[in-house]
Design a protein around this ligand. Structure first.
Ligand code: ADP
Length: 463
């Protein structure tokens, strides 16, 4: 964990570092230490000094003040090959001029271990092969690297770094050009390397949720200074995010998985207006992303019935969404139910998210029935099978099936719903990405359907 104190057992110590480009200071008094088997996320806005920090740690930019110690040795007093035997870098952009094969590239990782004119030995080949096997790239060994996909090329560059046999791996935005599946694959790989091989990993990341899910600790930079360093929980607070990025964010710990998730909330600029309203029947965070996207897209959004303190209730408050609400943990009262029906009657569409149902909120499905009676298009999102969130001994499932019989449209996920509501391409991408991060904590791993929109629309209740 990065800490400002004690160097005991720390492998990497960054101590009071100032860095300049010309006369401009871009890092000031940066101080932290990292122990074995730590996965550290380096976060901060563009221009805050993240890349510069990696450059100075990798011996590419000498600090004007302070020291960087690797196993108690000042890296700037060591020869570059000595550092490269212990520390490997995966840069943000890797341009490969010639059409080397993947294996050629990985073998380059052996250079720090070879003398000037020495050719690679069988042992070097075995180490390169092992690095490629660990990154699942050995089958690509003979392929020209410029013909590989972004995700494959990134794994090759990581294999090259592993072939250096480092103790410390520095990565600058390792997932930046990758789609969500490849992002998760690379992050899973890094975590495996950290836990299985005890590597220290220091990665510049842009995505809070990736950092929260994979890193043990984090460093938050602003204007070249550390604002916060320590465990992910201590660093990724809504106060810190607001201070550094000027955005409101909801930071929650999921009660079942115990992992942190972060939902940045901002208001649209300039606001769109569609003159259409959508009423959400949601709860437990299953409506949060939809609220944000629909508001950004100019829909008038209402929600209910929600309990005060529910994540979706908090999001609604932040986004100034009208809500029919009840006291925490209390069942829906007659009065609130009526307020909810009132909102339903004014809606152009009603959406039931994959919310957990207990007897306390079952009445919300009566509101959906009422919407159908009034001819209001009603959608049911079923990205979590109802059996996994039905705490009413099947009553919720039965009522959801009745909704289907009455004409509700079942959609596989919020991405499909947003496509139907004609939400812009950018927001659809965001929904697809966020789907794996936020309500995903509730989603079973096996339910990662990634088909096209047409396939997303389903006409039956899952199971
Ligand atoms: P980040 O990685 O957080 O986006 P950088 O470390 O790349 O930030 O940049 C920190 C600051 O240093 C920025 O103001 C940037 O413009 C400046 N900077 C980065 N690289 C150079 C360079 N080679 N020469 C001069 N200024 C630079």
């Amino acid at each position: 964990m990065p800490s400002n104190g004690g160097r005991d057992m720390a492998i990497l110590n960054v101590d009071g570092v100032d860095c300049y480009y010309g006369a401009v200071k871009v890092l000031e008094n940066v101080r932290f230490s990292v122990k074995e088997r730590d996965f550290v996320g380096v976060l901060g806005p563009n221009g805050s000094g993240k890349t510069t920090l990696l450059r100075s740690i990798s011996r590419a930019l000498k600090p004007h003040r302070g020291v960087i110690l690797l196993n108690d040795l000042d890296i700037y007093t060591l020869r570059s090959v000595e550092v490269a035997r212990q520390m490997a870098v995966v840069p943000q952009e890797t341009t490969i001029g010639f059409n080397f094969t993947a294996l050629d590239i990985v073998l380059m990782g052996r250079n720090p271990h070879l003398s000037r004119f020495q050719a690679e030995s069988e042992k070097d080949l075995a180490i390169a092969r092992s690095a490629m096997e660990r990154t699942s790239t050995w089958h690509l060994a003979e392929r020209p690297v410029n013909e590989l996909s972004g995700g494959e090329r990134q794994r090759i560059i990581i294999a090259r770094a592993l072939a250096q046999e480092p103790k410390v791996l520095l990565l600058d935005e390792p997932t930046v050009h990758l789609d969500i599946n490849n992002q998760l694959e690379i992050m899973d790989l890094l975590r495996e390397l950290q836990s299985r091989e005890g590597l220290i990993i220091l990665a510049v990341l842009h995505d809070f949720n990736l950092a929260a899910r994979y890193c043990d600790s984090a460093i938050l930079l602003k204007d070249g200074k550390i604002v916060s360093a320590g465990s992910v929980d201590a660093v990724l607070t809504s106060e810190n995010i607001k201070n550094v990025f000027q955005v409101e964010a909801i930071v929650k710990r999921h009660p079942l998985t115990n992992s942190l998730y972060i939902i940045p909330i901002s208001t649209p600029k300039p606001p769109l207006s569609r003159n259409l309203s959508v009423h959400l029947i949601c709860g437990a965070g299953t409506g949060t992303t939809l609220m944000k996207i629909l508001v950004d897209e100019g829909y008038n959004v209402t929600a209910g019935v929600l309990n005060v303190l529910d994540t979706d209730y908090e999001t609604a408050q932040l986004l100034k969404i009208p809500v029919a609400s009840d006291a925490p943990f209390s069942p829906i009262t007659e009065e609130t139910h009526r307020a909810n029906l009132e909102m339903v009657s004014r809606a152009s569409a009603v959406v039931v998210t994959a919310v957990p149902f207990a007897h306390g909120n079952l009445r919300n499905l009566e509101a959906a029935t009422e919407a159908l009676k009034r001819g209001i298009p009603t959608f049911v999102i079923e990205d979590i099978p109802v059996e996994r969130r039905d705490y009413t001994r099947g009553e919720a499932k039965k009522r959801l099936m009745e909704l289907k019989g009455k004409g509700a449209t079942f959609v596989r996920n919020q991405h499909a719903l947003l496509a139907i509501l004609n939400v812009s391409e950018d927001k659809l991408k965001m929904a697809r990405a966020l789907r794996t991060e936020i309500p995903g904590h509730l989603r079973p791993e096996t339910n990662s359907h990634e088909g096209g929109v047409a396939n997303d629309i389903e006409s039956h209740v899952g199971g």
